[in-house]
Design a protein around this ligand. Structure first.
Ligand code: 5RP
Length: 289
């Protein structure tokens, strides 16, 4: 308890200076509550405004695909180099060390796998996200898919409501159906719909004309890596995305399926946070073990 017999009068009121009111560094996030901003600041580096999210949620639809057969062996060693981890709650509880001290963007919807028809999903109970102390919830949205568009948009909407109650941001993940054109018009439309429905972050794919996708999306965009590319091409993809205004990457296969995953994630991080050219980043990849 404070000593009541030693209450000293305040002396230093800094009367010559107004109170410092810091703006918030992240696009479209200035009006969010403190808890949301705190969580977003764990995901995105406030100095660069960008993030390298490591995605290893693939097993929830694909099972033990190449690179995630043994997450303890292949992914855990990469954790120190990531800014944020994207995984399911099953893997989080069973394999991610709670001592990692990394923010988690939890895959928060599930329902169908590659063996049936994707995206017939429900969302997890937000109380579990709270228990797991996650920094964001990721929910898939299948814009343009006649079978799953309505449910997945409703999933996003409900996740945003739940996230708002506890200060947890939601990342809308744009799924690309087989029949969708992978162009700026489609990704711009899908990203914008995610943001309009309350997503605080949007994950989508890089495409030609990406600066337009970014410009019309009022919240930060991160790009998925997609299927495995030669390392130089994956670094070029990351470079073009951030130079077009993306706030980082949420990359999986191009990191964990690389011949040198630890070197690859460091090279990607240098592209994202230091604007290293793809050529120099590839050199870095080659030089690292
Ligand atoms: C699937 C996802 C994956 O996490 C995403 O595709 C990122 O992984 P990759 O870089 O391997 O594409 O969100 O819904």
């Amino acid at each position: 308890m404070a000593d009541l017999d030693d209450i000293r009068d305040g002396k230093d009121y800094g009367l010559s200076e107004g109170q410092k009111n810091e703006g918030f560094f992240l696009k479209g996030s200035a009006n969010l509550d403190w808890g949301m901003k705190d969580r977003l600041s764990r995901i995105f580096n406030p100095e660069t405004g960008r993030s390298v999210m490591l995605a290893f949620d693939h097993g929830f639809i694909m099972g033990p695909t190449s690179g995630v057969e043994r997450i303890d062996l292949s992914i855990v060693p990469l954790i120190p180099y990531a800014d944020c981890l994207m995984c399911t709650r099953g893997v989080l509880r069973s394999l991610v060390p709670p001592t990692s001290r990394k923010p988690v963007c939890m895959r928060s919807d599930a329902g169908t796998s590659i063996l049936t028809e994707l995206n017939h999903n429900v969302i997890v109970d937000v109380q579990d996200a709270v228990k797991l102390n996650v920094s964001a919830m990721a929910v898939m949205v299948a814009i343009g898919d006649p079978c799953t568009e309505a449910t997945t948009v409703a999933n996003l909407y409900n996740a945003v409501d739940a996230g708002q109650s506890f200060g947890i941001p939601v990342m809308g993940v744009t799924a690309v159906g087989k029949d969708m054109a992978r162009d700026a018009r489609y990704f711009g439309l899908a990203s914008r719909i995610c943001a309009e429905n309350g997503a605080n972050i949007v994950k989508t794919y890089y495409t030609e004309g990406f600066e337009k996708v970014v410009a019309c999306c009022p919240v930060p965009i991160v790009i998925a890596g997609g299927k495995k590319l030669p390392e130089l091409e994956a670094l070029e993809l990351a470079y073009k995305a951030v130079q077009s205004g993306a706030s980082g990457v949420d990359m999986g296969r191009n990191v964990f399926q690389s011949s040198k995953p630890t070197a690859m994630i460091q090279a990607v991080s240098a592209v994202v946070h230091k604007n290293l050219s793809p050529k120099d980043a590839f050199q870095m990849f080659n030089d690292l073990k």
